[in-house]
Design a protein around this ligand. Structure first.
Ligand code: SF4
Length: 363
């Protein structure tokens, strides 16, 4: 226990840990675990308040929006938790055409979006040149927009070509930094070491990089989460993506319980205090399991929302998990609803690109 905490009672100790995290942006592993274990409402409220205050200080009352385009539900991987894993024969597969993607970008641009996120399963290697051309086309048409990719593991030269074509950011959750836990969530042909290698390459190639985990995935212990915190602390990503585990009924993990919204929000707060200027989305998964999930995420320190810009007829086929929200304020066409929702807590949309380097933002 840190010297400063030797003489305080438990409640004060926990608050003191939060204060130390806020000022020093670091705790030891036992202290992180204590924060995760303690569910006392007063403590949790204090943790969220501190994180929320830091977010306001760094970003003002603006929430960044990213236009999400679900490029494809084709995937060569078979992650045990994922609804679009290759073994799921109940999925109607699609790959958007370049024209459909460009049309979605155009619609998004007209709505005000200045970041496009292309997300999808891992396409076969022979689609790499198509992807690179697509990124290049988006870059040429919308020079003032950021391009974020979330398309899984690729060889270094493909990441490099995508970066040279104009991609700015890459999201690749590591999912678990514990090799044994990772191997329970993924088939043998996938490895934590390759995932970490990809993240290292992305950093080397000067992407703004995002990583993260599913909170409450099967067999995940609090010690595992502490390992994830430790990894993220050292990796220093620009973006941190955290959503609760939500089962999908056609997958091998379809009968496992849904992760906790409370623990997810607690982690938003912990990461906000560790990384005051990080970009932390309040995720669709959180909003899907909790009626007010988006707002809870923002009140815990998140500062990004990713409304869906994909053509509406494909959205139901991109079911990573059961009950995924894809309408109303989750959808780009529901942007007014999102604005209204944010206004109820005194926030508004920040329509700028919202690059990590722009922080601290004067909003
Ligand atoms: S989690 Fe990603 S890599 Fe794994 S099966 Fe789903 S889309 Fe593919």
């Amino acid at each position: 226990m840190p010297y400063k905490l030797l003489f305080c009672n438990f409640a004060d100790c926990m608050k003191k840990l939060v204060d130390i995290l806020r000022t020093e942006h670091h705790l030891d592993n036992n202290a992180y675990k204590a924060l995760l274990e303690n569910d006392d409402p007063k403590f949790v409220t204090y943790l969220h308040e501190q994180a929320h205050e830091v977010t306001n200080k760094m970003f003002g009352k603006g929430i960044f929006v990213r236009g999400l385009i679900e490029l494809t539900n084709v995937c060569s991987n078979d992650c045990y938790y994922c609804g679009i894993r290759k073994s799921n024969s109940n999925v109607e597969r699609y790959v958007l055409t370049s024209e459909q993607v460009l049309h979605s970008c155009q619609q998004g641009y007209e709505l005000g979006f200045r970041t496009f996120v292309l997300q999808g399963g891992e396409l076969p290697q022979e689609k790499a040149s198509w992807l690179i051309n697509l990124v290049s086309e988006i870059r040429q048409r919308w020079t003032d927009c950021a391009i974020t990719l979330s398309l899984g593991e690729w060889p270094r030269e493909v990441y490099k070509a995508l970066r040279q074509a104009g991609a700015d950011r890459y999201l690749l959750r590591h999912e678990s930094h514990n090799a044994e836990h990772y191997s329970k969530l993924h088939p043998a042909e996938m490895s934590l070491s390759n995932r970490l290698q990809c993240l290292t390459w992305l950093k080397e190639l000067d992407y703004q990089v995002g990583t993260g985990i599913m909170v409450g995935s099967p067999w995940q212990s609090l010690d595992n989460i502490v390992e994830d915190i430790e990894f993220i602390e050292h990796f220093e990503p620009e973006m941190i993506g955290l959503g609760p585990f939500v089962p999908q009924h056609d997958t091998p993990l379809g009968n496992y319980p849904t992760g906790s919204a409370e623990l997810t929000c607690k982690l938003y707060s912990i990461f906000r205090l560790m990384f005051p200027n990080a970009l932390i989305p309040t995720t669709t998964a959180l909003n899907s399991i909790s009626p007010n999930g988006r707002i809870l995420g923002i009140m815990a320190g998140a500062n990004v929302v990713m409304p869906n810009l994909s053509p509406t007829e494909y959205r139901a086929n991109y079911a990573l998990y059961d009950g995924k929200a894809s309408t109303n304020a989750e959808a780009a066409e529901g942007i007014k609803q999102l604005e209204t929702q944010l206004a109820t807590i005194g926030y508004h949309i920040n329509w700028t690109r919202g690059d990590y380097s722009q922080c601290k933002i004067n909003d």
